[in-house]
Design a protein around this ligand. Sequence first.
Ligand SMILES: Nc1ncnc2c1ncn2[C@@H]1O[C@H](COP(=O)(O)OP(=O)(O)OP(=O)(O)O)[C@@H](O)[C@H]1O
Ligand SMILES: [Mg+2]
Length: 264
Amino acid sequence: MDRSDIAISAQRAAAPAGPVVQTEKLEKVYTMGDVKVHALRGISLRIDAGEFIAVMGASGSGKSTFMNLVGCLDRPTAGRYLLRGEDVSRFSRDELARVRGREIGFVFQGFNLLPRTNAVENVELPMLYQGIPARERHARAAEALRTVGLGDRLDHTPAQLSGGQQQRVAIARALVNRPTVVLADEPTGNLDSQTSVEVMAIFQQLNDQGLTVLLVTHEPDIAQHAKRVVTFKDGLVLDDRRVENRRIARIEPRERIEPREGAA
Ligand SMILES: Nc1ncnc2c1ncn2[C@@H]1O[C@H](COP(=O)(O)OP(=O)(O)OP(=O)(O)O)[C@@H](O)[C@H]1O
Ligand SMILES: [Mg+2]
């Protein structure tokens, strides 16, 4: 199908130029009793608006630790982290939570949806903490679900959705607060290869519209959909390169994403 078939509304204002994420010699040491684990040993990365980066590397190389820091879920032991130019590395937990709610969307390997809650309510969740009125919450959640091609599944609970559809609900949830950057830690780890490509198609479309995407993957085929691949080893950047012969994900007719209502 033609990718232009998929109508995605521009949810965000155009991304500002310049680095969205800038880390300088970022370190993280976990302390468990007497044992210290040096998970990150000095990661310096600059991520500009509109980039699409895949983070790769062996198990234990620090990928999730890095994502947690970038996502303001945790604080570095040393080094600096500038998020849209603001040094957040010494922020308190409360300050981090505020920045996180405003700037970051998360997508997880296991979807992390509430089980007995339908799609639209799951997507509304991040807005509950933002004081947005119920009517607007609902409208924005429904719009985000249409964006990922689930406009006809608003009332379905996770058990009534396929794995790929559940992950699309999770992506809608990540988008609903109009974040600056979406972080996805192995978002295709629980999906078969065709469904994985469908999920990558969504990330590519969102990135085409200016959203900055950072995702962790173990699979070279998935990383090939990004524009840049950063490889970690033992808490350091081993390699950082542009993707050549980038893959463009296409959605098989099996599960076409319907054009948005009212779209031509
Ligand atoms: N909360 C924690 N407490 C203590 N050590 C931790 C914690 N989280 C991670 N680690 C350790 O830090 C190192 C990096 O872990 P991390 O989860 O970042 O790796 P990863 O690259 O995401 O691995 P995987 O590919 O298996 O998900 C590992 O040695 C891990 O055991
Ligand atoms: Mg991990």
